[in-house]
Design a protein around this ligand. Structure first.
Ligand SMILES: N[C@@H](CCC(=O)N[C@@H](CS)C(=O)NCC(=O)O)C(=O)O
Length: 214
């Protein structure tokens, strides 16, 4: 722990269980960029966070001279600084796949997981989400990661949402004939990278000692 007044590190506003924040932490960790991590409570957001984040969503990275408020942009910035695992070595198609995940798949995921809130038909939404997951399963049929033998930005950007989809009804998810997808997800969840970004941090408030991440 370092005294709050001594830090001039980038500040990463995050929330442990948010899949967008997970992927930002994965990229920042992979790049080895030291940040001050501030754990935000979504139902009681710190005013300092609200001042910085135009969207009032996590993750948000404050670089001092500018703020990056979108998780994918945080990933691209961090890996643009340093990419020792070559996560950016990905075909252009990967960006379309991420857009499909962030768009229609995420919409179906929300309307499946929170069907009461959305007044949606959970099973219809689950079926829509599953179409995307079968597409991914096909990509993984003869290679361990979406674009080959090592993970790329797309694996990191998409897997946190697939994890959330799987956890919505784990019994059903595990019964589906998408063995390659399940194996990919299990490897992601059990990876040292994922385990270490899922450490618990106390909720941040101004004046607290700083938490360095990674
Ligand atoms: N497009 C944003 C979305 C981030 C987002 O929606 N985060 C959620 C948590 S998972 C959030 O902060 N929601 C605000 C709230 O619940 O008040 C990004 O990619 O960073």
């Amino acid at each position: 722990m370092i005294d709050a007044t001594q830090s001039s590190l980038p500040v990463l506003y995050s929330f442990r269980r948010c899949p967008y924040a997970m992927r930002a932490r994965l990229a920042v960790q992979s790049a080895g960029i030291k940040c001050e991590l501030r754990e935000i409570l979504l139902r009681d957001k710190a005013p300092e966070f609200l001042e910085k984040s135009p969207s009032a969503t996590v993750p948000c990275l404050d670089l001092g001279d500018r703020v990056i408020d979108e998780s994918l942009d945080i990933m691209l910035w961090a890996l643009g600084e340093n990419d020792p695992e070559n996560l950016l070595r990905m075909p252009q198609d990967g960006f379309d796949l991420i857009a499909e995940s962030d768009g229609p798949f995420k919409t179906a995921l929300d309307r499946y997981k929170y069907s009461t809130r959305y007044g949606s038909d959970a099973l219809d939404e689950r079926a829509t989400g599953a179409e995307f997951l079968f597409e991914i399963n096909g990509m993984l049929a003869d290679q361990p990661y979406l674009y080959g033998t090592s993970p790329t930005l797309a694996d990191m950007a998409i897997a946190p949402f697939v994890r959330q989809f799987a956890n919505t009804d784990k019994g059903w998810f595990d019964d589906q004939p998408w063995l390659a997808l399940r194996d990919w997800l299990d490897r992601f969840i059990n990876s040292q990278q994922f385990q270490s970004i899922m450490q618990k941090y106390p909720v941040w408030k101004a004046g607290d000692d700083i938490t360095i991440f990674p």
